[in-house]
Design a protein around this ligand. Structure first.
Ligand SMILES: Cc1cc2nc3c(=O)[nH]c(=O)nc-3n(C[C@H](O)[C@H](O)[C@H](O)COP(=O)(O)OP(=O)(O)OC[C@H]3O[C@@H](n4cnc5c(N)ncnc54)[C@H](O)[C@@H]3O)c2cc1C
Ligand SMILES: NC(=O)C1=CN([C@@H]2O[C@H](COP(=O)(O)OP(=O)(O)OC[C@H]3O[C@@H](n4cnc5c(N)ncnc54)[C@H](OP(=O)(O)O)[C@@H]3O)[C@@H](O)[C@H]2O)C=CC1
Length: 481
């Protein structure tokens, strides 16, 4: 069997769907084919600008057949791409001739189990709906769970798991190090301790739009059982009961093992649990042992490109497919976007790549516009969203906005920090270099996102204002707008 199209987009995650939707707008007369291995796809709805570069949005899951007019779909797995002859082959043997192709095949959890094969079945990762159902199944009878990692997933699970002893093993000296500094981490922990037992997830006020995931219909669930789907996204845990087997006991805070590494994983003598040995960076402490039912390896993302190509794709050190500012790979007419790719262009002063929902959407749209422009012989420039890093999320029940080089990334030691903290209410950190704002962490309902965005982009000299810039009696939002 064979198919033909002008634009082939591979992957039904946010990058692939954004790419196909932007092609449908920019090249409405061309044929667009979306190839994805799962019949459930992700799309962005209710896009609301928070500031110039920051957006809130809902993410919907829908059936691939519900994609907008102008996009045809095929549910299958990409197996091979011949870029010189412009065709692709799927696992079931369908040959697709294309003019341009965009690879949006996402990522897979980078599990520690690869080094611990014998216990692989007790080390799980979280990526898609299937993996959460697996987590739920294991939790139901679990008493102790180890979470390894200190990024987005670990931070969410440490907050969301209930009725189970959570052992959180981190390499760093403070929690959630991927996103926040030690001060903000302490802010979260204090708030958590002081509200222990009163946490009502449903009542938590979030400024960001809710993730409106539709639970798959029964027949779609059946299809999902055998196929990996797109990554989960914002607020995914609201749709699942993540209670352990401890049966409604009093809520417990996770036990955090700072600056620790797992050195050994063994079966316990009775065979029912795992025995995990930890080594502390500080060798003065004895190795520690934890007994647990299973380990969640929340240790990052591995870009996923398990198909072959006629000419090797150029990969970055992190395994992503290198792309330039137009989202082009090293292969002729082959583009890539989202978690599968690595930004190999010279980044703007205030932007860097993180594998996030927002960037998957921005890259997917950019790839679509870029391919359409080439097809129409037009010139297109890189979108302004790549000027400034921005992330709107929620951590430990607080709304969080991260802007620019929010943790001083790439600034060496040549920067100052200005912090304002109101216990259980807000934590604001400004990263200043030569008197200019280079990044910010805004936790709580600060209403400062747009002001900070402007200050970073305009390079306003804040030296004359000294510490008053964060004086609670001065309304800097009014002052600078
Ligand atoms: C638990 C969890 C929570 C998260 N929370 C947030 C958050 O709060 N905020 C945020 O910004 N980001 C969050 N992220 C990250 C965000 O979900 C990802 O960055 C984003 O979804 C990546 O989108 P993508 O389209 O590049 O990849 P994916 O969503 O992984 O989509 C890839 C698609 O390609 C398909 N595919 C793969 N290989 C093939 C093939 N060979 N043939 C055909 N199809 C194929 C897959 O089935 C899938 O449909 C979270 C991620 C996880 C796992
Ligand atoms: N709210 C949000 O925005 C959320 C975003 N996400 C996104 O989903 C994706 C997957 O999340 P996640 O898996 O948490 O990935 P992250 O990249 O966010 O975090 C991975 C964490 O694991 C640590 N790590 C890596 N390897 C090891 C190891 N061998 N032993 C111990 N620790 C290790 C990393 O440390 P180091 O950095 O030092 O290597 C880092 O702390 C990410 O792209 C993330 O940004 C997920 C959930 C929520």
């Amino acid at each position: 069997m064979s198919r033909e199209c002008t634009f082939l987009v591979v992957g039904g995650g946010i990058a692939g769907v954004s790419c196909a939707e932007s092609l449908a707008i920019c090249a409405s007369n061309a044929s667009i084919l979306l190839l994805t291995e799962c019949s459930i796809v992700k799309s962005v709805t209710n896009l609301v600008p928070v500031a110039r570069y920051l957006h809130k949005f809902d993410v919907r899951e829908k059936n691939v057949s519900e994609l907008g007019a102008g996009i045809t779909t095929i549910v299958d797995q990409l197996e091979h791409i011949n870029s010189s002859e412009h065709w692709a082959r799927t696992k079931t043997g369908v040959v697709i001739k294309f003019r341009y192709v965009c690879l949006c095949t996402g990522g897979a959890p980078k599990l520690i189990s690869s080094r611990q094969e014998q216990h692989a079945d007790r080390i799980i990762g979280i990526r898609d709906t299937d993996s959460v159902l697996e987590l739920q199944r294991r939790l139901a009878s679990a008493k102790d769970v180890v979470i390894l990692g200190n990024g987005g997933i670990a931070s969410e699970l440490a907050h969301e798991l209930h009725d189970v002893n959570v052992h959180w093993v981190i390499k760093d000296g403070h929690i959630s190090a991927t996103f926040v500094d030690p001060g903000a981490a302490e802010f979260f922990q204090l708030a958590n301790t002081e509200t222990e037992g009163q946490v009502d997830a449903a009542a938590t006020a979030i400024k960001r739009m809710r993730y409106g995931e539709l639970l798959p219909r029964q027949e779609e669930k059946l299809q999902l059982q055998s196929k990996r789907g797109a990554a989960l996204g914002p607020d995914w845990h609201r749709n699942y009961d993540l209670s352990g087997g401890d049966g409604g006991g009093s809520p417990k805070l996770p036990k955090v093992y700072y600056k620790s590494h797992i050195t050994q994983i063994e079966q316990s003598p009775n065979g029912s649990t795992l025995q995990v040995t930890l080594k502390h960076d500080d060798d003065s402490e004895q190795p520690e042992q934890i007994n647990c039912d299973f380990i969640v390896s929340a240790t990052g993302v591995q870009p996923r490109h398990d198909f072959t190509t006629d000419v090797p794709l150029e990969l970055a050190e992190d395994g992503g497919i290198n792309v330039d500012e137009m989202m082009r790979t090293n292969l002729c007419d082959v583009y890539a976007a989202g978690d599968v790719c690595t930004a190999a262009w010279m980044p703007a002063q205030h932007w860097f790549q993180m594998r996030l929902w927002t960037q998957a959407r921005q890259m997917g749209s950019m790839a679509g516009r870029s391919m359409a422009a080439l097809h129409d012989g037009e010139t297109v420039y890189q979108d302004f969203c790549f000027e400034l890093f921005g992330h709107v999320t929620q951590l430990f029940g607080f709304p969080v906005v991260l802007l620019g080089r929010f943790n001083g990334q790439g600034l060496g030691r040549d920067y100052e920090l200005l912090v304002r903290c109101t216990r259980n209410k807000e934590y604001i950190k400004f990263v200043l270099q030569n008197g200019r704002l280079r990044g910010a962490i805004l936790i709580g309902d600060t209403d400062l996102a747009e002001t900070c965005e402007n200050l970073i982009l305009n390079g306003t000299d804040l030296e004359p204002y000294g510490d008053d810039i964060l004086n609670p009696d001065i309304d800097i939002e009014d002052y600078f707008d």
